[in-house]
Design a protein around this ligand. Structure first.
Ligand SMILES: NC(=O)C1=CN([C@@H]2O[C@H](COP(=O)(O)OP(=O)(O)OC[C@H]3O[C@@H](n4cnc5c(N)ncnc54)[C@H](O)[C@@H]3O)[C@@H](O)[C@H]2O)C=CC1
Ligand SMILES: Cc1cc2nc3c(=O)[nH]c(=O)nc-3n(C[C@H](O)[C@H](O)[C@H](O)COP(=O)(O)O)c2cc1C
Length: 184
């Protein structure tokens, strides 16, 4: 079976100066394509003068190990946005097996107090909440930010890592959760 090409093939049949020749994908096509790019699921938390907050994030990745740095993409319309920006610290809590309900809770619409009541938390060096039972957590200071479209790309200098007891993981792929077990 041939792979299906969305938008780009149709655009190439139009004159180059036609507005329809713009090969930009629709939001729906982009999201459909992204649903096939599996990603680890994390809960990103913050605390400080602007209060405690957290959200589910799959747009997280390693930037460089010199210095240790992650990036986190945060929608500027998210309810956590002001707290993350004002506190200037965050913790990336990787999720593992059994964390699906927690991920959905932090995935939006639920009051912050109810999100945090569903799990146990410690406090990192930065003051950001560290999820008890997370396979790994990255306690960070936000050292840079670039706005791109609807999101801010936050550059996060890792101050400490907290390794949990078990190496397991939770992936988001095909709009569903998939558990990973390092032992298998
Ligand atoms: N990067 C982000 O902001 C993400 C946001 N979400 C949000 O979670 C909800 C459920 O998402 P799904 O079940 O995965 O179905 P969906 O069809 O809304 O999204 C499919 C995939 O597209 C990407 N995506 C979705 N919204 C995006 C956004 N605003 N900016 C950049 N990439 C985006 C993600 O990789 C996502 O897994 C939606 O409201 C979605 O907006 C989910 C994943 C990533
Ligand atoms: C699996 C999953 C991954 C998500 N990844 C991100 C992400 O990387 N960046 C982001 O801004 N929002 C992401 N979201 C959406 C936020 O978690 C959600 O919009 C956020 O909690 C804001 O909701 P609220 O404004 O109701 O608090 C994701 C949601 C889910 C369910």
């Amino acid at each position: 079976m041939h792979p299906q090409v969305i938008a780009a093939a149709a655009a190439s049949q139009l004159p180059a100066d036609s507005p329809g020749a713009d090969p930009a994908l629709s939001k729906a096509d982009f999201r459909q394509a992204m649903s096939r790019l599996g990603a680890a699921v994390n809960i990103v938390t913050t605390d400080g003068a602007a209060g405690r907050a957290g959200f589910t994030a799959s747009a997280v990745c390693s930037v460089t190990d010199e210095p240790p740095m992650l990036l986190v993409c945060l929608n500027r319309n998210a309810s956590v946005y002001d707290a993350v920006k004002a506190n200037g610290v965050l913790c990336v809590n990787a999720l593992g097996a059994g964390h699906q309900d927690l991920s959905n809770l932090f995935g939006g619409k639920t009051p912050m107090v109810d999100r945090f009541a569903a799990a146990q938390w410690a406090s990192g060096h930065t003051g950001a909440p560290v999820l008890t039972g997370a396979p790994v957590a990255f306690d960070c200071r936000v050292v840079g930010c670039t706005s791109v479209g609807t999101h801010d790309v936050l550059f996060c200098a890792v101050q400490a890592v907290i390794l949990g007891e078990a190496a397991h993981g939770l992936m988001y792929f095909g709009r569903k959760y998939h558990e990973l077990d390092a032992a298998h």
